[in-house]
Design a protein around this ligand. Structure first.
Ligand SMILES: [Zn+2]
Length: 388
């Protein structure tokens, strides 16, 4: 903690950002600052609308002390979850509550200029619909379907995103919005959202995204694990025995994605006469009870389970949660994962491990992008940027 002289409103705000109402006396006790200093700092935060007086604390007699709490509606952030073929964009308040959102087709292959210009237009439109001026926007969080160097916000060798390698995503967005722009891999933000919405008390979670690609978002010790280059959890191109001889789009043979990703499953089913081309059609076929489709999806679950068994030994999670478009196929894919992971893991690790469907579902990505943006917006630097 800083000495009193250097303890500004942005530092005091850190004690209020959890949303819990506190009295001036409680804040004085928490910070060690004089009541007069606390009052000055609170006045600054009140002036910017970042905190608001709330309710009445339990009084020990006399006038009840006024409480102060975060004002979640004071500002907004953008949360964007951009996939290979679709994008979901939301405006949320500072508690992560979605004020407005859209889900639209987009083609990530069109390259960063086209896709990010679309994002800018979409953000402007949503802000108008929310009736909020652009000056209320304090941060933008973006998830992309490929590896991202989180520090710089640049994608690094993304296999399905031609033209995006090394592109300065934050710089593009800052041409229009002069606020912090945070960029991460979509699986990472989905893991953040899944934990917040479904497992707030679990500190060791593996989120599995199963769709066109297959990847993990890893939360270890309560913290998102990005790894040295931001590619921790990138298991799609791990070699597995059943893939022997199958060529992957990455150029190698036997990759997990090449046999268990949705394009591989769809191609196999087309080979036996099923007329499907999209993940949604595959999910519908499974739900209709088609035995071949069910078996194919269950086998994909087993293949993913092969790699997850190793991850369980390394990370020792308490929860593995399965999300992504193919997870909509329900229990069949999870059954395949469980079959392999539970039979191959050590009994003690398996006994304390839940393998379940994602609780956040299709909102995991925007929830995580919102958390990432709010985290930055409410940090001492973020609050100083707002002017407090
Ligand atoms: Zn590969």
């Amino acid at each position: 903690m800083k000495i009193a002289g250097g303890f500004g409103a942005s530092e005091l705000f850190q004690f209020l950002r959890d949303g819990e109402p506190r009295t001036r006396a409680e804040l004085a006790q928490l910070t060690g600052l004089a009541r007069s200093t606390i009052s000055l700092r609170i006045d600054e935060l009140l002036e910017h609308g970042l905190v608001t007086p709330v309710g009445e604390a339990v009084s020990t007699g006399g006038r009840p002390p006024a409480q102060i709490a975060l004002n979640p509606g004071a500002r907004v952030v953008v949360a964007a979850d951009l996939g290979a073929t679709h994008g979901r964009v939301a405006i949320t308040d500072l508690s992560g509550t979605v004020l407005r959102s859209v889900f639209e087709d987009l083609v990530i292959d069109n390259g960063p200029e086209v896709v990010l210009d679309w994002l800018v237009l979409t953000i402007n439109r949503l802000m108008v619909e929310c009736d909020r001026p652009i000056s209320d926007l304090v941060a933008v969080g973006i998830g992309l379907p490929g590896p991202v160097e989180h520090e710089s916000g640049r994608p690094t060798n993304p296999p399905i995103m031609p033209g995006w390698d090394g592109y300065d995503v934050p710089a593009h967005m800052r041409r229009t919005f002069s606020v912090p722009i945070l960029v991460d891999n979509d699986v990472n933000i989905m893991a953040l959202g899944e934990r917040a919405m479904g497992w707030p008390d679990a500190d060791n979670i593996i989120f599995v995204k199963v769709s066109t690609g297959i990847g993990l978002g890893i939360i270890g010790g309560g913290v998102l694990q990005r790894g040295a280059q931001g590619i921790a959890g990138d298991i799609g191109h791990v070699k597995i025995p059943r893939g022997a001889g199958v060529v992957c789009k990455c150029g190698n043979e036997g990759c997990l994605e090449a046999i268990a990703g949705s394009p591989a499953i769809i191609a196999d089913l087309r080979g036996i006469g099923r007329d499907i081309t999209t993940v949604a059609e595959l999910v519908a076929l499974v739900k209709s009870g088609d035995t071949s489709a069910i078996q194919a999806v269950r086998q994909a679950g087993r293949d993913i389970g092969e790699v997850l068994t190793v991850c369980v030994s390394i990370i020792n999670p308490s929860v593995i949660t399965i999300g992504g478009a193919l997870a909509q196929a329900g229990e069949h894919i999870i059954a395949g994962v469980r079959e392999v992971v539970y039979s191959r893991s050590t009994p003690f690790a398996a006994e304390h491990l839940s393998i379940v469907q994602s609780r956040a579902g299709e909102m995991a990505g925007v929830a995580g992008a919102s958390i990432m943006a709010i985290e930055r917006a409410l940090s001492p630097e973020g609050i100083e940027g707002i002017g407090a």
